[in-house]
Design a protein around this ligand. Structure first.
Ligand code: SF4
Length: 235
């Protein structure tokens, strides 16, 4: 398998109930350059190699029985578009999972955006409005290059093949001043829940809580959801 299909992952939660409908496998991609003020996952921003998995490895090793779907978040999933496509395709076609993806891009950007030639990584500079100037993939030597999904979709731009495998896309960068006040599964009210298939409706995205604390057998504590709490690990 080529390195294009390897995903640089920040972390994986095998079972969450606050990242979309039902019991879900949640995969946080590593790497995001937007630097949104108040981002809940700043540890996902670095583009350094973290944990590398193929889509197959993720589904084989982390999927629990009776899981309803997979949620992909980040980091920015669309900056590893080929790995994202592999993961969503396998999740849907081989495991029958529903698919939810959170992205800092707007849907319109993903539909129509044509990447410029190879260049260096963009800097977010704390601004969330500007589209990023590049889509990139993880490649040999732990470097990123421009590698769009050219010609693989019809009538919808470079990312149509990925969009074709998404049931619900939650789009737009997080805006701290527009924090979502309800239990709807999004960080801020500017983000849209876009139902790209008829599998779900908005009512399915009201979560039982805003935050979930997961304590592993080894004592590791993870926090996930759409708000932050301070966690103190017992000495
Ligand atoms: S796009 Fe998402 S991961 Fe990236 S900085 Fe904004 S909130 Fe954080």
């Amino acid at each position: 398998m080529g390195r294009h299909n390897i995903i640089n992952v920040h972390s994986i939660i095998p079972c969450s109930r606050v990242n979309g409908p039902g019991k879900r496998l949640v995969v946080f991609f590593q790497g995001c350059s937007r630097k949104c003020l108040g981002c809940f996952n700043p540890a996902t921003h670095s583009f350094e190699e973290n944990q590398l998995y193929s889509a197959e490895d993720i589904l084989k090793n982390f999927l629990l029985p009776d899981t309803e779907g997979i949620t992909v978040s980040g980091g920015e999933p669309f900056l590893q578009a080929k790995g994202l496509l592999q993961l969503l395709k396998a999740a849907k076609e081989e495991y029958g999972l529903s698919t939810v993806v959170y992205t800092g891009f707007n849907y319109e950007e993903l539909k129509g955006y044509t990447p410029p030639p190879l260049n260096s990584l963009p800097q977010g500079e704390g601004k969330t409005e500007k589209p990023l100037p590049n889509f990139i993939d993880w490649v040999e030597g732990a470097k990123f290059i421009s590698s769009p999904l050219r010609g693989e979709g019809k009538g919808g731009g470079e990312h149509q093949p990925v969009l074709n495998h998404i049931d619900v896309l939650i789009d737009g960068a997080y805006k701290d001043e527009q924090k979502e006040p309800t239990l709807l599964a999004r960080g801020s009210t500017n983000q849209r829940l876009l139902f790209l298939s008829n599998r779900y409706q908005e009512k399915d995205f009201y979560m039982p809580a805003k935050v979930e604390i997961i304590i592993s057998r080894d004592g590791t504590i993870k926090e996930t959801g759409f708000s932050r709490v301070d966690i103190y690990k017992a000495a």
